[in-house]
Design a protein around this ligand. Structure first.
Ligand SMILES: *Cc1c(COP(=O)(O)O)cnc(C)c1O
Length: 383
């Protein structure tokens, strides 16, 4: 790496001018907490964008997931089906209620929960299926909704990585009893930290709204009808979010363009599994997530990661499966193993996927990978 300008980060946000101006305005007027005009407007516009009746802003994606499990009354003694490949917050939102996460392995190609492995995990205690649209690729919603209907289970969608992704023309987050989004700094739209829980069910929306703000009585402030949380977003964050939401279509276009360039440049390199998109799905490519098959490529994932890093290309390893997580020890049986989640966690790498990435940078990354491949190839032949 010659200088700092040659460094390509794995994922950095694009902050819109409108977002910056809204934050300034919130500060100027003193509407900086969870009351203020931007909150209502952000919730209404986000609900409309996803195509749902109700949206409740929160202070993180994790909080929006917990708000969903709590609103649905999931509790100690219950079980919730969840993918074995996701970010740990998905599992936490189940554990917070006292319920038990029951893990299902993912598909090798989309990294999403494998619907054909769900039914064997359902017991009398199962209350819900929590699906994740991992890296922006929609999960198989038809199959999942059918299983849920047959067994009378709730469905929660963790759409933290899938703003604007579509399954059969409908937006992710609009299928389940709840859809949950994150606005963390590297997500498709951001409020710094923040989240949103969406639903079409009015009673769920009302309960969630109370739960996220201390469960205050409507009649009397400082009377708490039940145990609630403080999961509220600030007006400053909502202002930033509104400014981001204005550009979401462009952001998604940008991610899809990035993916098409990577695909064009990387398709011919053996030993790289590029992300696949199933028909009927609109993939928003939150991250361009590839798997390295060592035998064909000639290097392990970690070796490629380190080589790229030396040349100024930052990448990141995939999430880890439950069997690697100390905090999940008590939720696993001794022989639990999730081969696909295990394989991709050992061999997966995100390539730089910022909204600010340029075509030239994508070409440079692809050429760097290609040169590394060619070099290790000749090493192999010399042996
Ligand atoms: C980011 C993320 C979350 C957590 O969102 P936070 O806003 O960081 O709390 C949950 N699930 C998935 C799949 C995520 O990627």
């Amino acid at each position: 790496m010659k200088n700092k300008r040659d460094f390509i980060p794995v994922n950095e946000p694009a902050i819109s001018v409108e977002g910056k101006n809204n934050v300034k305005e919130a500060l100027r007027t003193g509407w900086i907490s969870s009351s203020g005009e931007y909150i209502k407007e952000f919730e209404e516009k986000f609900a409309k964008y996803i195509g749902v009746g109700y949206a409740m802003s929160t202070n993180s994606g994790t909080a929006s997931l917990h708000l969903a499990t709590a609103t649905l009354g999931i509790k100690d003694g219950d079980e919730v089906i969840v993918p074995a490949f996701t970010m740990g917050a998905t599992w936490l939102s189940i554990i917070y209620t006292g319920a038990k996460p029951v893990f299902v392995d993912c598909e090798r190609d989309t990294y999403n929960i494998n619907p054909s492995l769900i039914e064997e995990k359902i017991t009398k205690k199962t209350k819900a299926i929590m699906v994740v649209h991992i890296y922006g690729h929609p999960a198989e919603m038809d199959a999942i909704l059918q299983i849920a209907k047959k067994h009378k289970l709730f469905v929660i969608e963790d759409a933290a990585e899938a703003h604007g992704a579509e399954y059969k023309g409908r937006k992710c987050g609009s299928f389940g009893d709840f859809g949950c989004f994150s606005f963390y700094a590297n997500k498709i739209i951001t409020t710094g930290e923040g989240g949103m829980a969406v639903t079409n069910n009015k009673a769920f929306a009302q309960r969630a709204r109370k739960l996220k703000s201390y469960y205050f009585s409507d009649e009397k402030r400082f009377i708490h009808e039940k145990i609630g949380f403080n999961y509220q977003m600030t007006n400053m964050q909502a202002g930033l979010g509104l400014g981001q939401l204005k550009h979401i279509r462009n952001y998604i276009k940008k991610k899809r363009h990035m993916a098409s360039l990577y695909k064009k440049y990387l398709s011919d390199i053996p030993g790289l599994d590029l992300p696949k998109t199933k028909s009927a799905c609109k993939n928003v490519f939150w991250m361009y997530a590839v798997c390295i098959r060592e035998k064909e490529f000639g290097l392990k994932r970690g070796q490629l990661r380190d080589e790229l890093s030396l040349q100024g290309v930052e990448t990141r390893d995939f999430f880890y499966p439950p069997t690697d997580q100390p905090f999940l020890k008590n939720y696993l049986k001794a022989d639990d193993f999730f081969p696909n989640a295990h394989f991709i966690s050992r061999n997966g790498l995100y390539l730089p996927s910022s909204l600010t990435i340029t075509d030239k940078q994508i070409l440079r990354i692809a050429n760097t990978i290609s040169n590394i491949y060619n070099r290790v190839g000749s090493n192999r032949r010399r042996k």
